[in-house]
Write a protein that binds this ligand. Sequence first.
Ligand code: GLY
Length: 384
Amino acid sequence: MTTYVIHASCLPWTVRKNPNKMHQVQVKLAERSYPIFIGTRTLDGIATSLGELLIGWSHTVIICDEKVAQTFGKTVKDYLNQTNKRTSMLIVPSGEENKSIANLSQLWSQMLEEKTDRKSVVVAIGGGVVGDLAGFAAASFTRGLRFIQVPTTLLAMVDSSVGGKTGINLPAAKNMIGAFWQPHAVWIDTSTLDSLPDREFRSGLAEVVKYGVILDESFFDHLEEHADAILARKHEHIQHIVRRCCELKAQVVSQDERETTGLRAILNYGHTFGHAIESKTSYGRFLHGEAISIGMTMAGQLAVRLELWQKDCQERQTALLRKFGLPTSFREVPSEQLVVAMQMDKKTEHGRLNLILPTRMGNVRTVSNCEYADILGAIYGNAT
Ligand code: GLY
């Protein structure tokens, strides 16, 4: 068993305030390093920043869903139109079930029709589905285009827009096809969350809780203490949690970009269970964060069974997830079927599951020798 720990006290705080109150977190990856800009009501700054960041930029392909096209997509397009660059907007359907081969293929054809070339820049505006799909289109079209992530959901801000994971689902396995393709920048305007439907906001909070459990005990304490203010979407609280999650993720990605040492795999805490739940419910029943909330509860339950972590830690995790209105149990699919679906996880080696399990608040480890009976037991007992 290997234990990975990033102590909050050891983290070089990469955030620096710039004059217009935007925070910047750097993802350090040598020549692929890039900034994450975090601010509120800052979409007007995108065009100028892109001009500074992207040498030779001649054409922008905005990719977003229909709803975003009428709101933030339109705003960004209007600002980009003030530059002398050509701008195209391509609409993709929303929903995890649409992160598919068919939609990717359609996107490639549309990019061709829009005369997209190597000086084009893809700007993905929206949640994780759009970011993953647009990111993979950027990674693959003409063997790789520059791209910018503009996440407008909490889940995308704290997780999927950072770190360069792009891809699509196969019917039986989530995110099975894809590429590591780092963005040139991530632009986070937290005011875009003001209009996010409540269920989606809460779904994002599952990934926020995840960071506390896997890496930062004091952040978990903070979430417990300020849960009501966070649910009320108070801007200073939202900025704080988004920034902290981005810092933690940037630290992990900077050390293990391609998930080769095992460090980055800790970000998948709860995901082996969660992805299986999403797959067995055809990606339509739960939002990603909801499935991850159940997955974290199952993983925690397994860790309790294996006497890796204390029952009171498990209870704190469950209580916080429930406080955020997230589901913590799932019994609609027989546990045996769920375990079969879990084998599709990308961390599986020779049919053996590698599970990320908590050991104490702020710390997890990879466990590869779990008994089948214990996994089944954790699934059955996942509500405790
Ligand atoms: N969402 C997990 C990762 O980016 O590695």
